[in-house]
Design a binder for this molecule. Structure first.
Ligand SMILES: Nc1ncnc2c1ncn2[C@@H]1O[C@H](COP(=O)(O)OP(=O)(O)O)[C@@H](O)[C@H]1O
Ligand SMILES: CC(=O)N[C@@H](CCC(=O)OP(=O)(O)O)C(=O)O
Length: 310
């Protein structure tokens, strides 16, 4: 670990700082959502894989849920198919759903599995169909039509919402020291597939597994205010204000929603971190300063920093 550029005392300091966090997270589950926008640089991808392997080796149970929005977009463009988003969700007709399954369940999922495995881990790739992991139903979006009319129902096709998680497969994998890597595809009782926003899947999984932490990796430093300053230690009230005044919008909305739901339902803490920073997951988990935006429930005082003290 030490090299010419890193004095041994500094290495010792880093390890000492990490120790209380390793103790706190030992034997606990940490769900990491790896966003498609954070998956762009080869060196960063290798760093992420190493971080996940290191977590496992120090006794944490990492569960990776991945996105892949930009990767789906690239393939759709290549086949000349237009794509459209409504309220942050991709309108998904049957043909688009086939592409989503191929890209998320195939290409992206297997790339992450392979990266983790080549860095010394034992990853297993799953979609929500495997072992009935993610049960889903069609998501209904409502728009605001004319005031005198009932809210308009917007049809966005095979976009799903999570109705249930069966964690049995997760326990099995965890017991055998495998690292689950989950593609956000759900299935209903009739066997119909649904394309689900990966943040929402990560939030539900974290709740079901009673994770110690939910980490959402993306392509910004965290939640920023209008002037570009990083905000942290946010509770539900502050988040609602930031949504109301338009500071939080677009792809950040499902992240804050699922982070809030997770911390209200038993997850220790949720953080939104910058996947463009090398080893962002390790910095978040094992250093006092952490990185990104902490979102906490009503009973947690996280106002002082990005991470909670060990
Ligand atoms: N207040 C905010 N602070 C930071 N990013 C924000 C904010 N509001 C909206 N965003 C947008 O949310 C994006 C992250 O969501 P998204 O593109 O869906 O990422 P991912 O692919 O990682 O899920 C940012 O790139 C940014 O454009
Ligand atoms: C319904 C919906 O929009 N699903 C997303 C699923 C992938 C995803 O969430 O990817 P990121 O995390 O990289 O954005 C999509 O089709 O893009």
């Amino acid at each position: 670990m030490s090299n010419d550029a890193t004095p041994p005392t500094q290495v010792a300091h880093v390890l000492t700082e990490a120790l209380p966090y390793i103790r706190r997270f030992h034997g606990r589950t940490v769900v990491v959502k790896y966003g498609g926008n954070a998956m762009v640089d080869e060196e960063l991808k290798r760093g992420f894989a190493r971080d996940v392997v290191l977590m496992k080796l120090v006794g944490i149970n990492p569960v990776v849920v991945h996105g892949g929005g930009p990767q789906i977009g690239t393939v759709l463009e290549r086949i000349g198919k237009e794509t459209e988003f409504v309220q942050g969700m991709r309108v998904t007709d049957s043909e688009t759903m086939d592409v989503v399954e191929m890209v998320l369940g195939g290409l992206v999922n297997k790339e992450i599995v392979s990266l983790i495995n080549t860095h010394g881990g034992r990853a297993v790739g799953l979609s929500g169909k495997d072992g009935g992991l993610i049960q889903a139903r069609r998501l209904t979006l409502t728009g605001t039509g004319p005031a005198e009319k009932a809210p308009e129902i917007i049809d966005i096709g095979h976009v799903g919402e999570v109705t249930g998680i069966d964690p049995s497969l997760m326990s099995l994998l965890d017991g055998a020291d495998f690292i689950p890597v989950v593609a956000p595809i759900g299935v209903d009782e009739a066997g119909i597939s649904y394309n689900i926003n990966a943040d929402l899947v990560a939030g539900h999984l974290a709740q079901t597994l009673r994770a110690e932490k939910l980490i959402l990796m993306t392509n910004t430093a965290g939640i920023l205010d209008g002037a570009g300053n990083l905000l942290t230690g946010l509770d539900a009230e502050r988040v609602a204000q930031l949504i109301d005044d338009g500071t939080i919008h677009g792809g950040m909305l499902p992240k804050v929603d699922c982070a809030l739901q997770a911390v209200r339902n038993g997850v220790g803490a949720a953080t939104i971190i910058d996947g463009r920073v090398p080893h962002a997951v390790l910095l978040e988990l094992f250093t006092d300063s952490g990185v990104g935006t902490l979102i906490h429930g009503e009973d947690v005082n996280g106002a002082s920093g990005a991470t909670q003290a060990p």
